[in-house]
Ligand binder design. Structure first.
Ligand code: HEC
Ligand code: HEC
Ligand code: HEC
Ligand code: HEC
Length: 202
């Protein structure tokens, strides 16, 4: 291989990774999602929560941070802005008030508001997240090691080798510099006691 060809090959191989390094939210920027004095939702969100898209599980609009994500990630005729729209009927469940412990064992740190399972259970959307598609787990540059991610919540179903590589969960929510979500104490099966903490009106 000539030097020129080699450089071309290296560049071609490097470009997908380079593209991923600046994910879609780099273009959005801090103030695309957070408004300093003109907030439209919790965490001083710049985009109003989506009140049009209906959660098929509850027959009501989504709540919390899921409604914020869907303020962008839905079709415009469904209350979003059409950026990479996400459809519940074609998707893994989200927007759940609680988790059935026979179906998934979600690390408690990934749940919100007393046990809710939101988009944030799987994604940490901050630009600092280096993982493929802003996932909580590193699945490789193209998501080729997806089983490691699934195993974070469905360990009984995954091959032991995928679980053995003990998933490191990414978080951007600790400004002390820690980007690893500490695994909670061997989750004593999501207690029904968590239920009263999820008021139906949210
Ligand atoms: C794609 C939308 C998005 C972008 C872009 C974004 N954020 Fe956020 N931010 C969120 C969401 C959602 C949360 C809540 C996360 C959670 O609860 O885990 C959050 C939470 C935060 C918090 C913590 C609030 C708290 O209660 O602890 C801070 C601080 C913050 N963001 C700052 C920033 C800064 C600085 C940037 C730019 C570098 C940024 N965000 C970019 C969506 C975004
Ligand atoms: C202000 C609008 C906005 C909000 C709010 C927003 N996003 Fe995004 N997001 C974008 C845009 C724009 C892209 C790039 C879309 C594209 O490339 O087609 C994107 C891309 C993504 C991607 C794909 C990244 C990649 O590397 O391909 C993921 C995953 C994602 N968003 C998750 C979320 C989650 C989870 C939330 C809620 C916490 C959220 N987004 C909130 C605008 C937003
Ligand atoms: C069970 C985990 C899980 C949940 C919950 C989840 N996602 Fe994702 N999401 C993924 C995975 C995995 C991918 C990457 C799929 C792939 O590329 O193979 C992805 C990809 C995406 C993308 C990129 C789509 C594209 O065109 O590349 C966006 C945007 C996104 N998710 C937003 C969301 C939003 C918004 C929510 C909540 C409404 C959500 N996700 C809930 C796991 C999840
Ligand atoms: C962060 C935790 C988390 C991750 C990661 C995760 N899941 Fe799930 N999964 C859940 C939760 C929560 C449910 C719904 C539990 C319930 O019904 O209460 C679920 C449900 C499911 C279901 C049942 C869906 C249905 O409609 O009955 C399947 C299948 C599934 N997950 C597959 C996957 C696969 C494949 C991956 C990896 C690509 C994955 N999950 C990653 C938490 C997760």
């Amino acid at each position: 291989m000539s030097l020129v060809t080699r450089v071309a090959v290296i560049l071609a191989l490097a470009s997908p990774a380079a593209a991923l390094a600046s994910g879609g939210h780099d273009a959005v920027g801090c103030t695309g999602c957070h408004a300093i004095h003109t907030a439209k939702g919790e965490v001083i969100f710049a985009v109003a929560p989506n009140k049009t898209d209906i959660n098929p599980k509850t027959k009501a609009p989504y709540s919390g941070t899921t409604a914020l994500c869907l303020g962008c990630h839905e079709e415009s005729n469904k209350g979003g802005q059409g950026y990479a729209p996400i459809h519940a009927n074609l998707s893994h469940p989200y927007g759940l008030a609680s988790v059935d412990p026979k179906v998934a064992k979600v690390p408690p740190e990934l749940l919100r508001d007393g046990g809710r399972f939101e988009c944030l259970g799987c994604h940490d959307p901050h630009p600092s997240n280096p993982n493929y598609k802003y996932l909580r787990v590193d699945t490789g540059a193209k998501g080729q090691n997806m089983d490691a991610f699934c195993a974070a919540c469905h360990p009984i179903k995954a091959d032991a080798s995928a679980v053995a590589t003990k998933a490191v969960l990414f978080t951007s929510m600790d400004e002390t510099g820690n980007r690893v979500l500490k695994a909670g104490p061997a989750a004593p099966a999501a207690k029904p006691a968590a239920k009263p903490a999820a008021p139906a009106k949210r």
